[in-house]
Design a protein around this ligand. Structure first.
Ligand code: NAD
Length: 490
């Protein structure tokens, strides 16, 4: 078996990276490109022994790495980010070929963000000092102690971004990491291992185990030596992981799917709302935080629909490597089948197609940006996450109905609300969701919390919330007076 997949002049390793070295396994899985469905090659599939070896290496590296302190770790993580930057062109090419992400988005958005995910948290960790609580009896020194080995599991729609978003704070706060990349898009994470290696991270501090969820991921999350599991992916997988973690009481952070509302109030700027609405087709709609349920005030519905139609008609669907492309491919034939199934069942149930509604004429794994309407509130297409370029539009007559519809799903990840600023904010306060954008979309700041309510997740990551999760909080209590032992004392 070849140990690499070639991209131009560069070779990308298909092996694991454990204890500072490339490691092979006999079993492999096949990798195809969503761009044109060509076979890219075979990637190593780590079994339980490989997963265990990575956890052991990470556990061995933990004491020295955690003792370095945030100042000691800062230069390593800065170099890690620099090494990502040195590989920018290759990362762009790799992730647009194996995940179908737009090359332009990789270059201008995702690679710089991956670097920032490391440097931001490395610098933020410097300010993680003991919090001191003074009471009449004692001084409490509240510390963030590193937790230990952290398993990170990421999905295929943003592997580089999400893997660094989790590895950054985990490493910065003194933990060691075992990363399990997504099997449909594993190669940018392999390049992350190269970057960590070139940055001189001590062996075992950052490990990558390639493989499939049910074997490799399952072995990692069931390992009792693991201190934290940070997972981004679907709710059904999260339930399986939480069950495995329960056996060892391993804390989990779960960032899951969404079916977020995109609310257009009567007093909204409809041109702005329509332009933002079209952004829901970013990454071919394979974005957890997209507002996929359009809730539009009845009075402005027709005008809004025509404005958004005009924006969507101009979207360029095509090869993600072309600079002009705005909507790339769907990741895998199984996802195209899933998307087609949702749309066909909705049509059969009486939905009207406002635009799209079919695979794209380009063929392959391309699907038209789609908007469906005339759907029942409890219809599958309204309630379930499609994870493709398929949106649904409902109307409301007053604020109370808008809020009721917004909250009428099991998910609670994000949301968008267009309207006069105070009005939109008043509505936003009543939507049960992890975050909601007012007259905007997609503004993310690493210092802010990210995560969802209900079926969209458990816990928050970002800024201080990441450090809370990846740390053991310890209170060192120093009494102010000489302690007098007494059984009647509380
Ligand atoms: P998925 O749940 O199928 O897989 C995610 C990861 O989990 C993969 O690496 C997979 O190998 C692994 N996995 C699968 N079974 C496992 C098991 N039994 N044990 C351990 N690991 C296992 O999700 P997906 O299809 O790759 O990604 C799409 C989903 O991710 C969507 O629901 C989307 O909304 C969600 N997502 C959420 C966020 C967020 O931040 N909330 C971001 C991106 C994607």
């Amino acid at each position: 078996m070849s140990k690499t997949i070639r991209f131009g002049d560069a070779e990308v390793s298909t092996q694991h990276y454990i204890d500072g070295a490339r490691v092979a396994s006999d079993e492999t899985f096949e990798l195809f490109s969503p761009v044109d469905q060509r076979r890219l090659g075979a990637v190593c599939l780590g079994g339980p022994d490989t997963a265990a070896a990575a956890v052991v290496a990470a556990a061995r590296a933990f004491p020295a790495w955690s003792r370095l302190g945030a100042e000691g770790r800062l230069p390593f993580l800065k170099r890690f980010a620099e090494e990502i930057g040195k590989r920018a062109d290759l990362l762009c090419e790799v992730e647009s070929n194996d995940a179908g992400v737009l090359l332009s988005r990789m270059r201008h958005g995702i690679v710089p963000r991956a670097m920032l995910n490391l440097t931001f948290f490395a610098e933020a960790a410097l300010t993680l000092q003991d919090k001191v609580i003074e009471t009449a009896q004692a001084t409490h020194h509240v510390r963030h102690d590193p937790a230990g080995v952290c398993v990170i599991i990421t999905p295929w729609n943003a592997p580089l971004m999400l893997s660094t978003w989790k590895a950054g704070p985990a490493l910065a706060s003194g933990n060691t990491v075992v990363l399990k990349p997504p099997e449909w898009a594993p190669l940018s994470c392999s390049l992350l291992a190269d970057a960590a290696d070139a940055a001189g991270l001590p062996p075992g501090v950052f490990n990558v185990v390639q493989g499939v969820g049910a074997i490799t991921g399952a072995a990692l999350v069931a390992d009792p030596r693991v201190a934290r599991i940070s997972f981004t992916g679907s709710a059904p997988t999260a339930r399986i992981i939480a069950q495995a973690a329960a056996a060892n009481l391993t804390p989990c952070s779960l960032e899951l799917g969404g079916k977020s509302p995109f609310i257009v109030l009567e007093d909204a700027d409809l041109d702005a709302a329509a332009a933002t609405g079209a952004l829901m087709y970013r990454n071919a709609g394979q974005v957890c935080l997209a507002g996929t349920r359009f809730l539009v005030h009845q009075k402005v519905r027709d005008v809004f629909v025509e404005k958004m139609r005009r924006v969507v008609e101009r979207l360029v669907v095509g090869d993600p490597r072309d600079e002009a492309t705005e909507v790339g491919p769907i990741i895998h034939p199984r996802q195209i089948e899933r998307i087609t199934g949702f749309v066909e069942r909705a049509k059969a149930a009486g939905a009207t197609v406002l635009w799209g509604g079919e695979p794209d004429a380009l063929g392959g794994l391309y699907y038209q940006p789609t908007m469906l309407t005339d759907v029942a509130a409890d219809a599958e297409i309204v309630q379930q996450e499609v994870f493709g370029p398929v949106l649904v539009l409902q109307t409301f007559v007053d604020d109370a109905e808008a809020i009721a519809l917004a909250n009428d799903v099991d998910y609670g990840l994000g949301g968008v609300c267009y309207g006069e600023a105070d009005h939109a904010q008043a509505i936003a306060l009543q939507v049960k969701t992890g975050f909601i954008w007012i007259n905007s979309f997609g503004i993310r700041d690493l210092a802010a919390p990210f995560g969802g309510c209900k079926t969209s997740g458990v816990g928050r990551e970002g800024g201080a919330w990441s450090f809370e999760f990846f740390s053991d909080i310890k209170d060192v209590i120093v009494p102010k007076q000489a302690f007098k032992p007494s059984f009647s004392h509380r």
